[in-house]
Each structure stands twice: as C-alpha cells, then as structure tokens.
Ligand binder design. Sequence first.
Ligand code: AMP
Length: 113
Amino acid sequence: MSDCIFCKIVSGEIPANKLYEDDEMLAFFDLHPQAPTHFLVIPKKHIKGPGSIEEPDTGLIGRMIKKGGDLAREHGIGSGFRLVINNGADAGQSVFHIHLHVLGGRAMTWPPG
Ligand code: AMP
C-alpha cells in the first residue's frame, strides 16, 4: 500500500528502530512509547486490522503473538507485559496496517482507557 506508513517501514523507505525482522514480520520500537518498553510487531503483508484477518493469515498472526512474547522476555519484561491490537478509529487505531503493541516495564491498569 503506497500510502501506508508501516508498509514504508517494511520497504525501508522510512527508518525504524528495529528489534527483529524475518521474511514475514518486523518488530520495531514505538515512536511515542506509552510504557518504559513499547514496541510493535507487524506483518510485512498489509492487513488493515484485526477485523480484516482472513483464514490464511491466522498462522502468521499466531507467530506474531509468539514473537511478541519472545521479544518481551528478551527485553526484560517477560514477567509482565501487555499485548494490544486496536481495530478501528473508535478503538484508537491510527495506523491501518495491523500491529501488535507490546508494552511493559510499568504496572498496567484495568480496564484500559
Ligand atoms: P495505533 O494507535 O494502535 O494504530 O498504534 C499506532 C502506533 O504506531 C502508535 O503507538 C504510534 O506511536 C506508532 N507509530 C506511528 N508511526 C511510527 C513510526 N514511524 N515508527 C514507530 N512507531 C510509529
């Protein structure tokens, strides 16, 4: 998607502070962290959001969640972290390329805002 900021990160057109990359996903630190550790895991394939996941994507989404947990452990937040995927503007989604937020390093409250 030519106007998608995360597709531009995937293609290298805009830079990101990357933690991990393989042939199907990428993880990078969030530009505006909401916790001491806050990074995003995204698929290289453009999927608009969790409401647009199709059956063939389910394995990829599962691997992204596992990778988020693995990276959380590697970055010292394995004992307490939160995974968030927003869907739609009403839920706070601002970039319409699915991404898993991984947040940790502080106590989290519930319910989320
Ligand atoms: P959401 O509001 O769930 O769509 O989350 C989008 C996230 O992407 C926000 O937390 C932004 O801070 C983050 N973000 C936007 N642009 C960039 C970028 N160029 N590099 C890293 N994070 C970004």
